[in-house]
Design a protein around this ligand. Sequence first.
Ligand SMILES: *Cc1c(COP(=O)(O)O)cnc(C)c1O
Length: 382
Amino acid sequence: MPQWTVPLADVVVPEEDIAAVADVYRSGWLSMGPETEALEREFAAYTGAAHALAATNGTAALHLICVAAGLGPGDEVVVPSMTFVATVNAIAYTGASPVFADVVSVTEPWLDPASVESVLTERTTAIMTMAYGGHPGQSEALAQLARERGLILLEDAAHAIGTRLGGRHLGTLGLAGAYSFFSNKNLAVGEGGMVVTDDDAVAARMRLLRSHGMTTLTWDRHRGHASAYDVVELGFNYRIDEPRAALGRRRLARLDDDNARRAELDARYRELLAGVDGLTPALPPVEGVRLAHHLFTIVLDEGIDRARFRETLAVRGVQTSVHYPPAHRFSIHATDAELPITDAYGERAVTLPMFATMTIEQQDEVVEAVRAALGVTAGARG
Ligand SMILES: *Cc1c(COP(=O)(O)O)cnc(C)c1O
């Protein structure tokens, strides 16, 4: 691995977290049990959802909400192309067809309700939103549109743990929401995820689907609460394990502090980059709304060579990324749909380092590197 002066994201696991995980290994019970149940209770309380169920990763969580929503062959589901491909894959796993809609603007890379409306057909059954960078975007307008049209609203809230809008946590605006605990996410466990819903039947169905469609869990049988089981659904093994649940609980308890630190870094980036020619910071803050600040992205002016810009930063030890190559540009999801704003963002956006333990010195180094890189590439502007 290259030694970055400033990595894109960083995970620091304090000794007390390691001790909590070690205790689980000493307990003699590793598969879903008391730690998982506690994490689910705490996550439900944190988001205000009636039900929270942990899953093995965010993709499995997305698949669970799609299956539990009843998606299947013949259904069309409107989804952004400007997302991680797993959002789109999860819809396709069910046999339903993902239908792409465009995003609002090159600094607001989330679903545009007008574009969503323009692709609705009589086969549309659901809208899947993605809270880009933890930003609520047009979630409320999309929830309203879904209600008006009798469509199911599903939320990929992988970036948005900690974002609340009008008192509601993202992921709880529609029928069900999914979250990821992947190692570069705000609540980093390594691999892990969560689903939430207020609907008792959907929750019961997801609980079954998560564990082979079996009517009892190993944990229930271990505690003598059940001895036999039936299999009533074609389910999966999408369970988390106890060590990861224990780590997730520790990190959830600190998440608001971590997100507050991200908010400070976000505001400081905006201040320092305000006068810099050649770029526009994306994801504008929302007055009075607490955001997860999962990503900090900038959009380069048209004509700036992005590959060269990123390479110049890399040489200085500053890691960057692109979130995301649009899904409709991958062979597997290729379509005739025209998504000009998604394409423009996909070509011009750069993700700068952002993590709760980032120091001011590291942030200054990123800003210096960005300024220098734009100076160097100025001649290459067309
Ligand atoms: C990370 C991510 C996922 C997938 O989560 P995993 O836990 O890696 O499976 C899905 N959607 C979005 C938007 C993501 O960022």
